[in-house]
Design a protein around this ligand. Structure first.
Ligand code: MF3
Ligand code: CO
Length: 255
């Protein structure tokens, strides 16, 4: 969406604050021994308790075989995004875990993700992967000013990936958001400066770089939702919802 009124902005800020708060609690709960289904239930309850609605639950984008069956996406190690929570999936120390969550509040949609290491420490390459992906997020957000092209954002992600010799996850990317989970335009994580659509001030975007330790190619798992790295390398993912402005964007979902 493109923001038109002060109320639009206020409502989106409120939605973003709720989402950041829930993700923070989930991050703290993502400890060794917890199942991904338990985290999903926590997410759903926390969202509802705050007067919002889980945006991913039963969401069926064009082309999806089945609706998404949970509130939260949890993607572990070589899974990159859209991992479906399960009672059989237990977090282990050292796992690289992406928590991706969306909600709507009074009809305003926001979307955010973050990646953590279970147990905090993990191995050095995991820490480096996560730090680089966060840096890619910051670079991508900084590139998203009014008058910029969508390709500028992808170019910013690619630059950071190159610097760390990491792969940019192919085919997946960010999107406009605000009145639905996914709105146009698509914001690729690969791109060339000056190419693609021009971003207007007030556009609400979910920017979400994903980097991997290997190549960027992905495969869709048998559950029809989980995307994994083809070469089984580990991946990280950060996502923020922002409002495009003349200068630095306003971040609605602070990490
Ligand atoms: N942040 C995810 C994305 O933009 C949201 C997926 S919605 C789901 O792709 F329902 F597919 F989980
Ligand atoms: Co998204």
């Amino acid at each position: 969406m493109i923001i038109e009124t002060d109320d639009d902005k206020k409502q989106l800020r409120a939605a973003g604050n709720i989402l950041s708060g829930v993700l923070k609690d989930l991050e703290a709960a993502a400890k060794e021994g917890i199942t991904t289904a338990e985290l999903d239930l926590m997410a759903e309850h926390a969202i509802v308790a705050r007067g919002a609605v889980p945006a991913f639950l039963n969401y069926k984008p064009d082309g999806a075989a089945i609706p998404y069956p949970a509130a939260l996406c949890i993607s572990i190690n070589d899974e990159v995004v859209h991992g479906i929570p399960s009672q059989k999936r237990i977090l282990r120390n050292g796992d690289i875990v992406s928590l991706d969550l969306g909600l709507s509040y009074n009809g305003y949609f926001v979307d955010s993700a973050r990646t953590l290491i279970v147990g905090g420490e993990g191995d050095a390459p995991a820490r480096r992967l996560i730090a680089a992906t966060r840096e890619a997020l910051n670079a991508a957000v900084a590139a998203a000013h009014a008058g910029a092209h969508t390709g500028d954002i992808g170019a910013a992600v690619e630059r950071v990936a190159r610097k760390y010799k990491l792969g940019v996850v192919k085919d997946l990317g960010g999107h406009a958001v605000g009145r639905a989970v996914h709105e146009k335009p698509f914001i690729g994580n690969e791109g060339n400066e000056g190419e693609g659509e021009v971003l207007p001030a007030g556009m609400v975007l979910a920017i979400e770089p994903m980097l991997s330790e290997g190549k960027g190619d992905i495969i869709l798992a048998e559950d029809n939702w989980t995307y994994k790295m083809r070469d089984r390398s580990r991946a990280a993912h950060f996502e923020q919802t922002i409002i495009v402005g003349e200068g630095a964007p306003e971040i609605l979902t602070a990490l």
